[in-house]
Design a protein around this ligand. Structure first.
Ligand SMILES: Nc1nc2c(c(=O)[nH]1)N[C@H]1C(S)=C(S)[C@@H](COP(=O)(O)O)O[C@H]1N2
Ligand SMILES: [Mo]
Length: 392
């Protein structure tokens, strides 16, 4: 990599990240963007201090704040298309309706939470995670918030299988699609919504979540109830959920026609969509370091996270020579079936500017590709990332 290219990667990270970075040291809460600034910019969110703030609608996690596998609520990214809602339980119900249910119904919060729940550990990732890398790594900027590596988190989710609720409503055998609708009034499409195929809706891992990491679901993550569709793009996991429409036909909405669609020369349109509809996430890995990072020379224990929608991670490799030679990182296990895995390796940092890349492979043989074709909205970037690190 040329010095110029490196400096470009470095500058794109912003001064705050450079100042804050130091391997193995937790970033002080006030060293991110200044706390006061962050609160002023995003007063409707939880304490934004640990986050990179994206306008008014995104709080990006700093992976360097994490060391275990569960992302505490305080560090979990937030992605809103309008604002976080304050939902009053008295006025709330979950309505199940549509031409493919025999018994349309409305459930109260007590009725939903009285049903049998299960808890599963799963990662949740925004389709636009790593979007900034279309620009920083490949030099072609995609539209949308320039998330780096922190639009992802891993939590214990407690909820009622959606299938149980659909069966209670008497779902027909000819049901084809299930539309999940949130309560947002100001999002681009009022009632932020997403269609999933009936197979995904009936999958036992698809939950109506009311608990996160052992506590009631926090407001920013969709209180009182959100969907969780493990492995699918984050936008499928509708927060502040209040309506479910089951149909014997395919349903189309903004989020499977013009948004969450791969638009570009490599992606032919399907159905009513303007490109290829994004469904599941792609296999990725990232270092738990600020982008760019500043560290002392010497040996460091470097950590990171890897995840795939298709199965557990079998191997993570790392390279500090631009992908010429790869070495194996240690997986800190065991990895939950639907969760992410932490990996670690020792890296000797000589003085100077470096890039360290990681590449994950899952148990089904998927691995990160050398090149991801451009798509206008910048979804699913999963090339190995040349993480810029300056050692002094
Ligand atoms: N109702 C509603 N649900 C929503 C959204 C939203 O704006 N409104 N954002 C979606 C997107 S784009 C993502 S990536 C995830 C983020 O979940 P989190 O904020 O709990 O991390 O929620 C999804 N669910
Ligand atoms: Mo998202």
């Amino acid at each position: 990599m040329s010095r110029r290219r490196f400096l470009w990667l470095l500058s794109a990270g912003g001064a705050a990240a450079v100042l804050a970075a130091c391997t193995g040291t937790r970033i002080p809460a006030d060293a991110s963007t200044s706390t006061a600034l962050a609160v002023a910019e995003a007063p409707w969110f939880k304490d934004p201090a640990p986050f990179i703030v994206h306008g008014t609608k995104g709080l990006e996690s700093r992976l360097e704040n994490l060391d275990g596998v569960i992302t505490p609520h305080r560090y979990f990214f937030v992605r809103n298309n309008s604002v976080s809602l304050d939902v009053d339980l008295d006025g709330w119900s979950l309505s199940i309706e549509g031409d493919a249910v025999a018994r349309p119904m409305a459930l109260s919060y007590d009725e939903v939470t009285a049903m049998k729940s299960r808890t599963l550990e799963a990662y949740l990732e925004c389709a636009g995670n790593h979007r900034a890398m279309f620009d920083l790594v490949n030099g072609q900027a995609a539209k949308g918030d320039q998330w780096k590596t922190g639009a992802v988190g891993n939590a214990d989710w407690t909820g009622v299988p959606l299938a149980d609720v659909l069966r209670a409503a008497g779902i027909d055998e000819d049901a084809v699609s299930v539309l999940l609708i949130g309560m947002d009034v100001d999002s681009p499409e009022a009632g932020f919504r997403r269609v999933i195929p009936v197979e995904a809706a009936m999958h036992p891992d698809t939950l109506l979540v009311h608990g996160m990491n052992g506590e009631p679901l926090p407001r920013d993550h969709g209180f009182p109830l959100r969907a969780l569709v493990p492995g699918w793009v984050g936008s499928t996991s509708i927060k502040w959920l209040s309506r479910i429409v089951i149909s014997s036909k395919q349903q189309w909405a903004r989020n499977n026609t013009t948004s969450y669609v791969l638009i570009g020369d490599d992606y032919p349109p399907e159905g009513e969509a303007v490109g290829q509809v994004v469904t599941t996430q792609s296999i990725k890995s990232a270092l738990a370091l600020p982008w760019p990072a500043e560290i002392d020379t010497g040996t460091h224990r470097i950590g990171g996270y890897a995840h795939s929608p298709a199965g557990r991670i079998a191997e993570v490799e790392w390279s500090d020579d631009g992908g010429g030679m790869w070495q194996r990182a240690e997986l800190i296990g065991p990895q939950a079936r639907l969760g992410w895995v932490r990996f670690e390796f020792d890296w000797e940092a000589p003085a100077g500017m470096h890039t360290v890349m990681t590449r994950a492979t899952d148990v089904t043989g998927n691995t990160q590709p050398d090149q991801v074709p451009f798509n206008e909205k910048g979804y699913l970037f999963n090339q190995p990332l040349p993480h810029p690190i300056r050692a002094t």
